[in-house]
Design a protein around this ligand. Structure first.
Ligand code: AMP
Length: 186
């Protein structure tokens, strides 16, 4: 991450120290990265938002696309700070207006994500935000929705990335050229 001169760097150590790892949640073998202690610590939450703001200062997105549900927690305040539209990507059946839908594979079965068809003005450069990048399936699906509605994904921002699960590589393979930013890697 690049930091402008005379500005304090975002406190990534504080963010990392607040993230709680819960073994075997929600199923055996998963190390769940719990960000609720980050949200409960004003300085930690501020550190995440200011790090994301710095990413955006370089990237200049015209909209924030936040992924249900934990992506909303970080994407919504970021969009308000940047004064750009917040666009929710939701699980199937939650959005009331006309939707565009994508299905994507999970370890067992499939999942669906939706976006309102009028959510993005044509050509909008959007930053996709979520809490954790794991295998990348969710982020690829969100990016597909953005593209199918005429937008482009300028970059992706995650609080946590699990590089061993190959999410960034999967985004590349899906043809996504936007930079993949993450604040803490495990
Ligand atoms: P993926 O599609 O595999 O990249 O998974 C990303 C989504 O699943 C994100 O929305 C995360 O909230 C959630 N997720 C996946 N793995 C974890 C993990 N180890 N800890 C917390 N959340 C996770």
């Amino acid at each position: 991450m690049s930091v402008t001169k005379n500005e304090a760097p975002p406190n990534l150590e504080r963010i990392e120290s607040l993230i709680r790892t819960i073994a075997d949640f929600p199923s055996p073998g998963i190390l769940f990265r719990d960000l609720t202690p980050v949200l409960a610590d004003p300085a930690g939450f501020e550190a995440v938002l200011s790090a994301f703001e710095k990413i955006c200062a370089a990237d200049r997105p015209e909209a924030i696309v936040a992924i249900e549900a934990r992506g909303f927690l970080f994407g919504a305040p970021l969009a308000a700070r940047l004064r750009v539209p917040l666009i929710p990507v939701r699980k199937a059946g939650k959005l009331p207006f006309q939707v565009r839908k994508v299905s994507y594979a999970l370890e067992y079965g499939t999942a669906e994500l939706e976006m309102h068809t009028d959510a993005l003005a044509h050509g909008t450069r959007a930053l996709v935000v979520d809490d954790v990048l794991a295998t990348g399936g969710t982020a690829v699906a969100a990016a597909e929705l953005v593209r199918s509605l005429g937008g482009t994904v300028s970059a992706f921002a995650f609080v946590v990335e699990l590089p061993g699960l190959g999410g960034a590589a999967r985004l590349r393979e899906a043809g996504e050229s936007g930079l993949v930013h993450s604040l803490v890697q495990y």
